[in-house]
Ligand binder design. Sequence first.
Ligand code: SF4
Length: 326
Amino acid sequence: MSRIFSGIQPSGELHIGNYLGAVKNWVKLQHEYETIICIVDYHAITIPYDPAQLRVRRREMATSLLAAGIDPMVATLFVQSQVPQHTELAWILNTITPLGELERQTQFKEKSQRQESVNAGILNYPVLQAADIMLYRADMIPVGEDQVQHLELSRVIARRWNAQFSPEADFFPEPKALLTPTRRIMGLDGQAKMSKSIGNTIGLLESPDAIWAKLRPAVTDPKRIKRTDPGTPEVCNIYHLHKAFSPPDTVQHVATQCSTAGWGCIDCKKVLADSMETELVPIRARARRFAEEPALVEDALATGAARARELAAETMRGVRERMGFS
Ligand code: SF4
């Protein structure tokens, strides 16, 4: 069975943007591939952070992932810092990664332009990403089209290491992109991608009342000013959320009602809120159970970390042997 690897930042509770954009797909993929999911807390410390907050957010992320449907009996879910081989392999890969390749990464350029002082961790971030993937010798990485550049560097690093230290037979597979139908979910402001830093999110575990309080004033088709104005569903974020949460016949109904001014935006949003409830009720119920029995989350992460350490140790045995360390 092919092995896939996915990493996610410990950014606290999931919001529906990262649920629809990635996690919902992982829940499906875990039954089709050997699936490894890593909460990448070493990646999170390349920007200033509060250690107490990091602990809380890591735990909230783990709870959200389990509530969303990641099954620790099926997938390996763990925290990156619990597996020391990530940083060990990253150091090794640093020694074969040209500086120019790192400086050319779009993410580095963007982040370094935003900050006055740039730490080396931001530059080397993609090397740690390559180490994350290569440590588990993952064959495929679920990515959206906008993330293919990050993966390309991991492929280059794997190829270079193989050429230098394992020329007879490739020790590391070159990880391939498993292009997935990830959705770019816009925030409630309809202006930017849904993101906690912008404050335009709906939390995956929020109550129905809290969700409605956010949906009700959410931006719609800006040209639909009066109830009698026909709308254009494609330009409305609420319509795109319907496509994610509502059944196809409801989506069709939304498009018709909108473009004929058959209903108002509040009617449309009420239907969306109902569709969201259908999907979110079981997720919230699982989250409640984890809140009542926190040991379930700890046990899931401990089991995942033990399995990850086993795989990582096996890889590092092969790396050390081929590089003259054993
Ligand atoms: S009716 Fe629905 S899809 Fe149309 S503009 Fe209003 S909220 Fe958007």
